[in-house]
Design a protein around this ligand. Structure first.
Ligand SMILES: [Zn+2]
Length: 469
C-alpha cells in the first residue's frame, strides 16, 4: 500500500508491521508470519489524525459521542480549547455554568473538582481516541472570581496560578484562552502573561482564541505575539480567521506578521476548512455575519436548524431580540471568505483542527467532516495542497507543535495510531443542511494498535489513552 508517513515527505510503497501498540517495521516488502494481514491495495496508510482543536472534553468520556471523530480517521483529540475546559470544575457558587463554558454540558456534567480527577476518569474508562487536555483560562476565572467583568486581582491571579500548577502537574498539555468571550474579555494582557509565564516554565503550550477575529484581528495577532514574547511561551493561535466582510483579505497581513514572529518565537496556528464559525449565541458575533443559523436552543429547542433572520421575522422582533430569547443556545455564523481560508490552509505552518461542538442539536458540519473535507475537497478536487502536505498538517506537524511523544508518524517505534483511506473517494458528506453524515472513504482506523473503526462502524475496542509527558 501507499504510505504517507506524516512528515510531509513523498508517499512510498511499503508494508507496515505492528507489534502490540507500536509500529514494528516499515519496509518495501516484509517477509514472514503475521497473525493478521490487511491488504491496502489502492489505499493510503497514514498516521491517525490528531484533532488539534476540539471541545470533546465530555464527549471523550462517552464512546458513542466519539463517532464523529473516529469516522473521520481521528485517533487523538486535544480538549479544553478556547479557555473552556471541563476541569477543574467551573460551576459557580450559585450552581450555574456560564456561557460559553455551557457548550460542554449542564452543571451536573462538571464532575471533576481537580484536573487530576478528569485525567483519572479518562484513564479508568478510556474511549476510542487518545485525549490530550488543556486547562481553560475562562474555567479558572469562573472558579476564582465573583465578578467576571473586570481584571483579576493579585490574589485571584495567585489562585488561578495554583489551579494551573495543579493541572500542569497532573499532565495538562497547557493553557487555553478565549479572550473574545465576555467572561474573559475583561482580562488584560498582563493577566494572561502572568499565567503564560508558568506555562512556559513548565515547557507546555499556550493556545488562544484571540480577543478579536473581526475588526481587531490584526491588533489581536499583535497582542498574541506580545504575550509569546513577554512570557516566552510556545503559542498556538486557534482557528485563525478574519470575520466580517470588511475584514476579508486581512489574512495576508496576519500571516505575514506570524511568519515574521516565527523567526524568533514559537508561534503556530490552526484552522477548520469552512467559512462559517460556530459558538454560543452572541450579538457581537452576529453583527459580523451574513447569516446565523441556530445550532441549539434550550428555550426554543424546535428552532435548531432555522435561521435567526427567519425566526425574528416570524416573531416580529429584531435579530438581537430573537437571539436573546433563544438563549441559552448556539449558532452557526457565516462570516468568512473562501480566499482567506485557502490562504491560511496553504500557509505551511497551519494545522487542521475541527473545533467541532459534539453536544449541539444541529451541529456545524465541521464536527463530522473536517479532515476528509481537506483531503477530498482541498487536495483532490481543488489541488490547493499535496496529499502529503495535508496529512502532515493533521499528524506529524501537529504532534511536533503539541510535543506528543512517538505519535504522528508512520515510523518504527511509534505508537500504532493509523488510518487507512481511499484517496480517490475520501470526502466529507456532512453539510449545513445535513450535518451528521459520516465521511466517505475512511476504511479503517487503529489506535495504539487496536481497530476502532472498520467497515463503516465503530468497533468495541476502547484503546484511547490520556497523553501526558
Ligand atoms: Zn474558539
Amino acid at each position: 500500500m501507499n504510505v504517507i508517513d506524516g512528515s510531509g515527505a513523498a508517499g512510498f510503497t511499503a508494508d507496515v508491521a505492528l507489534a502490540g501498540d507500536r509500529i514494528a517495521a516499515v519496509e518495501p516488502a516484509l517477509e514472514g508470519e503475521a497473525d493478521e494481514v490487511i491488504e491496502g491495495a489502492g489505499r493510503v496508510l497514514a498516521p491517525g489524525f490528531i484533532d488539534v482543536h476540539t471541545h470533546d472534553d465530555r464527549a471523550a468520556l462517552d464512546a458513542k459521542l466519539s463517532l464523529p471523530k473516529v469516522s473521520q480517521g481521528v485517533t487523538t483529540v486535544v480538549v479544553g480549547n478556547c479557555g473552556v475546559s471541563l476541569a477543574p470544575s467551573p460551576v459557580r457558587g450559585n450552581g450555574e455554568v456560564i456561557p460559553p463554558i455551557n457548550l460542554l454540558g449542564k452543571p451536573g456534567d462538571f464532575a471533576f473538582p481537580r484536573f487530576a480527577d478528569y485525567r483519572a476518569r479518562v484513564e479508568e474508562a478510556p474511549g476510542p481516541v487518545n485525549v490530550a487536555a488543556l486547562v481553560g483560562h475562562m474555567t479558572l476565572r469562573a472558579r476564582t472570581m465573583d465578578e467576571l467583568e473586570r481584571p483579576a486581582s493579585e490574589s485571584e491571579i495567585a489562585a488561578m496560578r495554583a489551579d494551573l500548577a495543579e493541572a500542569l502537574e497532573a499532565g495538562a498539555l497547557g493553557l487555553s484562552t478565549g479572550l473574545a468571550y465576555p467572561p474573559s474579555r475583561y482580562a488584560p494582557t498582563s493577566e494572561v502573561v502572568a499565567l503564560a509565564r508558568d506555562v512556559a516554565a513548565a515547557g507546555r503550550l499556550f493556545t488562544t482564541h484571540m480577543r478579536d477575529e473581526a475588526n481587531g484581528v490584526v491588533a489581536s495577532v499583535a497582542e498574541t505575539i506580545s504575550i509569546a514574547r513577554q512570557s516566552g511561551v510556545r503559542t498556538l493561535i486557534s482557528h485563525h480567521k478574519c470575520c466580517g466582510e470588511g475584514n476579508f483579505g486581512l489574512s495576508a497581513t496576519t500571516l505575514a506578521m506570524i511568519a515574521e514572529a516565527r523567526e524568533t518565537l514559537s508561534i503556530d496556528l490552526d484552522l477548520y476548512p469552512y467559512t462559517a464559525s460556530s459558538t454560543v449565541l452572541l450579538a457581537s458575533f452576529a453583527r459580523q455575519s451574513s447569516k446565523v443559523t441556530v445550532s441549539w436552543s434550550d428555550s426554543h429547542p424546535e428552532m435548531a436548524g432555522r435561521d435567526v433572520a427567519e425566526i425574528a421575522a416570524a416573531w416580529g422582533c429584531d435579530q438581537a431580540t430573537a437571539m436573546e430569547r433563544l438563549r441559552p443556545g448556539g449558532g452557526i455564523y457565516h462570516q468568512m471568505d473562501e480566499a482567506d481560508l485557502r490562504r491560511i490552509l496553504t500557509f505551511p505552518p497551519s494545522l487542521v483542527g475541527s473545533d467541532g461542538l459534539p453536544h449541539d442539536k444541529r451541529p456545524h458540519p465541521r464536527l463530522w467532516g473536517t479532515f476528509p473535507r481537506v483531503l477530498g475537497h482541498y487536495v483532490r478536487e481543488r489541488g490547493d495542497l499535496s496529499l502529503e502536505q495535508a496529512v502532515a498538517k493533521m499528524t506529524g506537524q501537529t504532534a511536533g507543535v503539541l510535543g506528543l511523544k512517538d505519535r504522528g508518524l508512520v515510523k518504527p517505534g511509534y505508537h500504532a495510531d493509523l488510518v487507512l483511506f481511499d484517496p480517490a473517494t475520501v470526502l466529507d458528506r456532512a453539510t449545513y443542511d445535513d450535518p451528521e453524515e459520516p465521511a466517505a472513504g475512511i476504511d479503517m482506523v487503529l489506535v495504539n494498535g487496536e481497530t476502532t473503526y472498520e467497515a463503516g462502524a465503530m468497533t468495541d475496542h476502547r484503546p484511547g489513552r490520556f497523553l501526558a509527558d
